[in-house]
Design a protein around this ligand. Structure first.
Ligand code: FAD
Length: 455
C-alpha cells in the first residue's frame, strides 16, 4: 500500500524526515500538498507568500517528478482532503513533519486520531526547528520568556541531529499518476498576481526553491559570514544571509544551516552570531507554541490597557507606501513593497515608527507585513512586532523608541540605502515629515503610562 507524504512548511527533499521514513517503508510514495483556507483558525496566506509558495511548489513538483513521484495537489480543509486521498490511493500510511501553530496542530491531531482509528499508520517528525519547543524548559519546568537563557539552554542541550540526504524513493506508479492528474492544477490556484502583476520586483530579487536555497547558503558562508558580526546591522551593505524565506518555506532546514555553518566556520565570531540569529527564530517558535495567540493578543496583558487612538488611515497609507517624509522608514517600506523583503534593522525602525510615532496598533502593522513579506512567518512576524511594540517576550523596553534619524546615520552612513529607494530624496517631490519625531515620541511615552498604571 502506498505511503502518502503530506508536505507543508517543508518544501524540500533533503533533510526531510517524513520523506526518509517513507523511503524506509519501501512502498510507492505519493507526495501531497493541500492549500487549506478552510480549517478553523488557519491564517490565509498573504500575497507575497502566495507568490513564493507557487514557485516553490513548482520546483518541488519538478524535483519529485525526476524521481517518479508525482506531487498531488488538493484544496480545502486538509483533513478531509487527505482522508479522501488515502481512500482513493488505498494508502497504508500518512507521514508529515510537524507544525507548531495551534490551528495547524489541531488539524494534525484530529487527522492523526481519525486515520489511526481506521487502521492507517501515521508518523509525524520534527523537521523545522533545531529544538522542539516543549523540550527546552527553565529549571522550574516553565517555558522561557527571555532569549539569552533560552538560547543558553538550547546550546547546552544535545546538538541538533545531522541532516539527511534526499532519499531514494519508490515511484508512485500508475495509481499516483492518476491521482495527480485528477488533482488540482497549480496554475488554477491563482497564487500569482495577474492584474496588476506586482511581482516584478520579487522575481528580480528572489529565487524560490531548494536548489536556490542551498546556493544562497553556500554563497553566504563563503562570503559575508566573515563580516556578519560587524556588518549585519548595516542597511547599505546586504551583509546578511537572506535565507529567511527559504527557512520559512522549509526549502532548507535549520539543521542544514547549523551544521554547514559549523563545518565551515565553527568557533568564529561570525558563526556564533549567525547561529544565535537562528536562535531567535527558535525562540519565536517556542513563544508561539506556548502562547498560540501571538498574532492577535498582547503577550504582556498590561498592554491591553494601551490607549490606541482610532486608526488614522491617511497616516497608515503613508507608512505603507513609503511617503511619511522620514527617509529611512520610507526606504524600508518601499523596499518591502517592491521586493517582498526588508532588512531586520529596517523592520525594527519601520515598526517602531508605526507603533510609537504614529501610535498605530502593532496588529495593523503585523498584518501589512504578513501580506507583503515573502518570509511572512507565523511565529517570527508577530514575535517581531510585539518585541518592537514592547508587549512581547523579552521585548525592547517601551521607552526605547527608535530614532529613525539616528538609525539612518549609524546604519546607513552614506545615505546609500535611502537613496536606492528614494530617488527624489533631495527634491521638492519628497514629502515633509508626517509627524514631529520628538513630539510624537513624547505622546507615545505619555500613552504608555496607561500600561504602567502611572495614570
Ligand atoms: P540573517 O541575519 O541572515 O539571519 C539568519 C536567519 O535567522 C534568518 O533567515 C531568520 O530565519 C533568522 N532570524 C534572524 N533574525 C531573526 C529575528 N529577529 N527573529 C526571528 N528569526 C530571525 N523573520 C521572518 O523570517 N519572517 C517574518 O515574518 C519576520 N517578521 C519580522 C517583523 C519584525 C517587525 C521584525 C523586527 C523582525 C521580523 N523578522 C521576521 C526577523 C528578521 O527581521 C528576519 O528574519 C531577517 O531580517 C531575515 O533576513 P536574513 O535571512 O538575511 O537574516
Amino acid at each position: 500500500a502506498p505511503t502518502i507524504v503530506w508536505f507543508r512548511d517543508d518544501l524540500r527533499l533533503g533533510d526531510n524526515p517524513a520523506l526518509v521514513a517513507a523511503a524506509e517503508r519501501g512502498d510507492p510514495t505519493i507526495a501531497v500538498y493541500v492549500l487549506d483556507e478552510q480549517s478553523p483558525g488557519i491564517r490565509p496566506l498573504g500575497g507575497a507568500a502566495k507568490w513564493w509558495l507557487h514557485h516553490s511548489l513548482e520546483r518541488l513538483a519538478s524535483d519529485l517528478g525526476e524521481r517518479g513521484v508525482p506531487l498531488v495537489l488538493g484544496r480545502g480543509a486538509a483533513a478531509g482532503v487527505i482522508r479522501s486521498l488515502v481512500d482513493e490511493a488505498g494508502a497504508g500510511a500518512v507521514l508529515w513533519n510537524r507544525r507548531y501553530g495551534a490551528a495547524e496542530r489541531a488539524v494534525d491531531t484530529a487527522l492523526k486520531a481519525a486515520l489511526t482509528e481506521s487502521g492507517v499508520e501515521v508518523g509525524s517528525f520534527g523537521a523545522s526547528l533545531l529544538f522542539e519547543p516543549w523540550t527546552i524548559r527553565t529549571g522550574a519546568g516553565t517555558p522561557y520568556s527571555v532569549f539569552t537563557p533560552f538560547w543558553r539552554a538550547c546550546l547546552a542541550a544535545d546538538e541538533p541531529r545531522h541532516p539527511s540526504q534526499p532519499p531514494e524513493l519508490t515511484a508512485g506508479g500508475a495509481g499516483a499518476d492518476r491521482l495527480a492528474a485528477r488533482g488540482a492544477r497549480l496554475d488554477d490556484w491563482g497564487l500569482l498576481p495577474t492584474d496588476p502583476d506586482w511581482a516584478g520586483g520579487l522575481r528580480e530579487t528572489w529565487e524560490p526553491g531548494e536548489r536556490a536555497a542551498h546556493r544562497r547558503l553556500r554563497a553566504f558562508l563563503a562570503g559575508d559570514l566573515d563580516r556578519y558580526a560587524d556588518a549585519r546591522d548595516r542597511l547599505d551593505l546586504d551583509a546578511t544571509s537572506r535565507l529567511s524565506p527559504h527557512l520559512r518555506w522549509g526549502e532548507l532546514s535549520p539543521h542544514q544551516v547549523w551544521h554547514e555553518t559549523r563545518r565551515r566556520a565553527a568557533g568564529t565570531e561570525g558563526a556564533a552570531k549567525f547561529l544565535s540569529e537562528l536562535g531567535w527564530r527558535e525562540f519565536a517558535y517556542h513563544v508561539l507554541f506556548h502562547f498560540p495567540e501571538l498574532a492577535t493578543r498582547n503577550l504582556r496583558p498590561e498592554f491591553d490597557r494601551f490607549p490606541w487612538p482610532p486608526p488614522d488611515t491617511d497616516a497608515i497609507t503613508a507608512w505603507e507606501r513609503g511617503t511619511t517624509g522620514i527617509p529611512v522608514v520610507d526606504a524600508a517600506m518601499r523596499e518591502l513593497w517592491r521586493t517582498g523583503g526588508m532588512h531586520n534593522r529596517a523592520r525594527m525602525v519601520a515598526a517602531s515608527f508605526l507603533t510609537k510615532n504614529l501610535l498605530v496598533d502593532w496588529r495593523l502593522g503585523e498584518q501589512w507585513f504578513w501580506d507583503t513579506l515573502v518570509d511572512a512567518d507565523p511565529a517570527s512576524n508577530p514575535f517581531g512586532w510585539q518585541w518592537v511594540a514592547g508587549s512581547g517576550a523579552d521585548a525592547a523596553p517601551y521607552f526605547r523608541v527608535f530614532n529613525p534619524e539616528l538609525q539612518r546615520r549609524r546604519f546607513d552612513p552614506d545615505d546609500e540605502y535611502v537613496r536606492r529607494w528614494i530617488p527624489e530624496l533631495d527634491t521638492a517631490d519628497y514629502p515633509e515629515p508626517l509627524v514631529d519625531l520628538r513630539g510624537s515620541r513624547a505622546a507615545a511615552l505619555a500613552a504608555y503610562e496607561h500600561v504602567t498604571g502611572a495614570r
